[in-house]
Design a protein around this ligand. Structure first.
Ligand code: FAD
Ligand code: UDP
Length: 396
């Protein structure tokens, strides 16, 4: 069986052709190392995968906007694609009323008619005092307390509670505070969804990034698509001394400390005969009753499209089970404790295996954090002390 996969030809076995796995394989190839990637889906790119239809780039696994303060990561990704100047500006629809996101002077004006930062701050302070009197000077203990202490009860009730509880399938009081801190709160009129210095989307989509990595790897990367690692684990794993695993860490260890919790999603794509369906790239539905959290209209992400057609995607959160894709780790206290047991087992039982990425490290990573983590892993593996050299001449 050993030679069925010609395992002796490879330096690395990599599970998952998402960004973590692909970056590692590409950097290994630059250093003359050969990788075999096992990927259960029919394509490379993981959740960053995009395809083009009617001249429109569709993000198959939800809207992906690259945003970062990390100059090295920003320079790194732009080796593989040209980026547009897209800036994410999300509109919230609460029972038919529209509000700008993230929480800024436009939102406060729409909610309360306040016009100056002092007026808005006074309103928030008044609501916070009334709702969180018991908390005193203590730090917020959960997402609800965190949200109210940042922007008061009106915005919490209309723009956060319903969205959060359907997204995560549990009460906002049972969720960690850090999740809501992903969204900026600012006292200027500025609807930019992110605070980062660099932001954009690759012209033509993300898939080319991974295709370019393959094309520039001198044939040193082979990918087995449509192959679940767990179907071949027993025969293939013992053949490799060096392994990178980017799937679910609890599944790797056969759920021996119990399942980690994840949230799953269902995407409903629709082609519509219209030039412009909703007038914005993302509209969030923040009430509890609408079953989806957001609707994306893809042509507004890059302005390139055939006339008369538009494509939208509704994103429905759903409970995860073993038959579904795990999209989000649930980083609450209970799951963090379980994850720590798996991480410890990984260190003691499998020091030869790198566990990486959103599922391998059970972290709510954005793309730039995955790029950074993968590059750090490459640094460790190959003993590179300094910054990356972006020239491709190592191959020649
Ligand atoms: P993934 O991209 O998930 O890749 C893992 C790969 O491993 C997958 O291809 C999977 O099929 C494969 N795999 C898993 N198990 C097995 C197995 N047993 N056998 C074989 N293959 C396996 N980040 C941003 O920066 N900006 C955004 O706007 C943004 N929006 C997002 C929206 C949504 C809806 C989601 C879900 C995520 C979003 N992200 C965003 C996060 C981004 O998708 C992740 O940070 C990134 O894709 C993680 O990379 P990864 O390589 O760790 O994992
Ligand atoms: N959130 C919310 N209302 C919104 C948008 C986001 O309450 O209209 C909360 C929700 O809890 C969500 C979190 O903020 O999970 C982070 O939002 P983000 O847009 O970063 O989520 P992601 O794109 O990662 O799904």
């Amino acid at each position: 069986m050993a030679n069925k996969y010609n395992t002796k030809n490879y330096d690395y076995l990599i599970i998952g052709a998402g960004p973590f796995g692909m970056i590692f394989a590409y950097e290994a190839a630059k250093r003359g190392k050969r990788s075999l990637i096992v990927e259960k889906r029919a394509h490379i790119g993981g959740n960053m995968y995009t395809h083009t239809e009617h001249g429109i780039t569709v993000h198959d696994f939800g809207a992906h906007i690259f945003h970062t303060d990390n100059k090295e990561v920003w320079d790194y990704i732009r080796q593989f694609a040209e980026f547009n100047g897209y800036q994410n500006q999300v509109v919230a629809n609460y029972k038919g009323d529209l509000y700008n996101l993230p929480f800024n002077m436009n939102t406060f004006y729409e909610m309360w008619g306040t016009k100056t930062p002092d007026e808005a701050k006074a309103k928030i302070e008044e609501q916070k005092k009334a709702a969180l009197a018991d908390l005193g000077d203590k730090a917020p203990r959960n997402l609800e307390e965190q949200a109210i202490s940042l922007i008061g009860t009106d915005i919490y009730e209309k723009l956060i509670k319903g969205y959060t509880e359907k997204q995560w399938g549990r009460k906002a009081t049972e969720l960690p505070a850090f999740i809501i801190k992903r969204l900026p709160v600012r006292f200027i009129y500025d609807n930019n969804y992110f605070n980062h210095r660099y932001q954009g989307i690759p012209v033509g989509g993300y898939t080319q990034i991974f295709e370019n990595m393959m094309a520039q790897s001198n044939g040193l990367i082979d990918v087995m698509l449509n192959t679940d690692f767990f179907d071949i684990k027993d025969e293939i794993l013992p053949e490799f001394a060096h392994v990178l695993y980017t799937g679910m860490i609890d599944q790797f260890f056969d759920y021996q400390f119990g399942e980690l919790e994840y949230r799953s999603l269902r995407f409903e794509h629709e082609v519509i005969d219209s030039d412009n369906y909703q007038g914005n790239s993302v509209i969030n539905y923040t009430d509890a009753e609408t079953p989806y959290t957001r609707v994306m209209e893809w042509k507004h992400f890059d302005g390139l499209a055939d006339e008369g057609k538009t494509i939208i995607t509704r994103e429905y959160p759903q409970t995860w089970d073993r038959s579904k894709e795990a999209y989000y780790p649930v980083n609450d206290e209970k799951n963090t404790q379980i994850y720590k047991q798996y991480a410890k087992l990984a260190r003691t039982e499998h020091p030869d295996i790198i566990f990486g990425g959103r599922l391998g490290q059970y972290r709510y990573f954005d793309m730039d954090q995955v790029f950074n983590a993968a590059l750090n892993e490459v640094r460790k593996e190959f003993g590179i002390a300094a910054d990356f050299n972006f020239a491709h001449d190592e191959f020649h």
